[in-house]
Design a protein around this ligand. Structure first.
Ligand code: ASP
Length: 443
């Protein structure tokens, strides 16, 4: 009997074939319409089906996650650990980005002519993005706190961009469930537990489509990025090559150095094993550029391949997909300084420290959807008095960098989840297993 290829291999094949098809269409300048009309929809169906389950999954898994913790003291212990580690990794990421951009100074070597061209080319686009943060800017500094509390929970649940509000509500329900009499709470917990399992099952169905979805997404992305004028698109990307390389270098540093070091410090899990286990989630993060859309797969991989208990993963991961964005914050640090450099503005140490603070907060507020990072970057720029219109300079390669920073966002969540599980006494020998001895009866 023929052996089936593992999922990640199938996804990689889809990715490479999609890339080749996209490049061929751009190169020979035929078939772009066909790709957009007939191939792209397959990718859209794939992403939509992942997004479709994001809200119910976050809701169900967090409610079950919190109520499974059993008591408020365990919740505060795991919650405190989780949030602290998320904060620390984010600050490390922004600082790394700042160090790299100050060493390589990519903004200083951008020719003035290229800078002016970019500014005119993307002027309108910037208008769009700035108006999206206009509202935010006019409000009090406590706006992020206010934003966490939904005025209508169904309204929040109707919008994948309001995940933080869904998280807030779910944690509240979980805490309340710990405090109502058992006979009242149990059926509710059982309901959400069942819902959780059903959604994970649906993830399995959707993943059958993954190789085709990824193929379609890649092919249409290439065609769309290069647009009608592939030569000028390539020229633009080359002009911003140094900036892009600094961002990419920082992101790879996170994945290859920072995360392995943290894992080594707190767990017995070998990084290679960890990497193998979360590969499908990383590939999906790359192609969908969305941590929220990737969340179901991240949960499945961390539970099934690493053996983290559902108790920990269903609390740590949905929270991480919403508030922990190491890749985004690193990118925001590099981008803010790059723009300042290109516009000839020198940033003081205080302004750079301000970036650490605002990029950390901005990444918490960034929704796990494509392109959200660049919108929040405007807030970072404003905090250091750099004109927001400067984002015109970095719009061209943003779509591609988004794919890479999302990989880091998702890897960071999975890493912190593994650390929290280990410090809770799970994964004692660091071996990858299909199920955790602590959560199965065979132990
Ligand atoms: N696309 C990223 C994510 O979903 C957010 C960003 O734009 O940086 O994690």
């Amino acid at each position: 009997m023929k052996k089936k290829l593992p999922l990640h291999t199938q996804i990689i094949i889809g990715l490479v074939l999609g890339l080749l098809l996209g490049l061929a269409v751009v190169q020979f300048r035929i078939g772009a319409g066909f790709i957009i009309d007939y191939v792209k929809p397959i990718g859209t169906i794939f992403i939509n089906s992942l997004k479709m389950i994001a809200v119910p999954l976050v809701l169900a898994s967090l409610i079950v996650g919190v109520s499974n913790l059993g008591d408020i003291s365990k919740l505060s212990r795991i919650g405190g650990k989780t949030i602290l580690t998320y904060m620390v990794t984010t600050v490390i990421a922004v600082s790394l980005g700042l160090i790299a951009v100050n060493i390589f100074n990519p903004g200083k070597s951008l020719p003035t002519e290229t800078r002016d061209n970019l500014m005119t080319l993307y002027d309108d686009n910037v208008g769009d993005k700035t108006s999206q943060v206009e509202e935010l800017r006019e409000q009090s500094p406590l706006k992020p706190l206010v934003d966490m509390v939904p005025e209508n929970v169904f309204g929040a649940a109707a919008d994948n961009g309001s995940m933080l509000q869904v998280v807030f509500f779910a944690i509240l329900v979980g805490i309340a469930l710990l405090q109502v009499p058992k006979e009242k709470g149990s059926p509710v917990i059982a309901f959400f537990d069942g819902l959780n399992d059903i959604i994970i099952k649906i993830v399995g169905f959707i993943m059958l489509l993954a190789p085709y979805g990824v193929f379609a997404l890649m092919a249409s992305l290439i065609v769309e990025i290069t647009g009608d004028n592939p030569d000028s698109a390539i020229e633009l990307l080359l002009a911003l090559l140094k900036y892009s390389l600094v961002v990419l270098g920082g992101l790879f540093f996170m994945i290859l150095i920072t995360y392995p070091l943290i894992l080594k410090m707190f767990t017995k899990v070998k990084y290679l094993d960890f990497f193998k286990a979360i590969r499908p989630a990383q590939l999906l993060a790359f192609t969908t550029s969305s941590s929220s859309a990737t969340l179901p797969v991240t949960m499945k991989q961390v539970e099934e391949e690493l053996g983290v208990s559902e108790e920990v993963s269903s609390f740590v991961l949905p929270l991480g997909a919403t508030i922990n964005m190491d890749g985004t914050s690193l990118y925001q640090g590099v981008a803010a300084v790059f723009i300042a450099q290109a516009l000839g503005l020198d940033l003081s140490l205080t302004q750079q420290l301000m970036i650490v603070l605002t990029a950390t907060l901005a990444s918490i507020g960034t929704a796990g959807v494509p392109g959200a990072g660049i919108i929040m970057l405007i807030i970072v720029l404003e905090s250091i008095s750099v004109p927001a219109a400067g984002i015109a300079l970095i719009l061209a390669p943003d779509r591609i960098l988004d794919m890479f920073r999302t990989i880091v966002n998702v890897t960071g969540d999975a890493m912190v989840c593994t650390v929290v599980a280990s410090t809770e006494g799970e994964l004692p020998d660091g071996l990858i297993r299909k199920s955790n001895p602590l959560t199965t009866t065979e132990a």
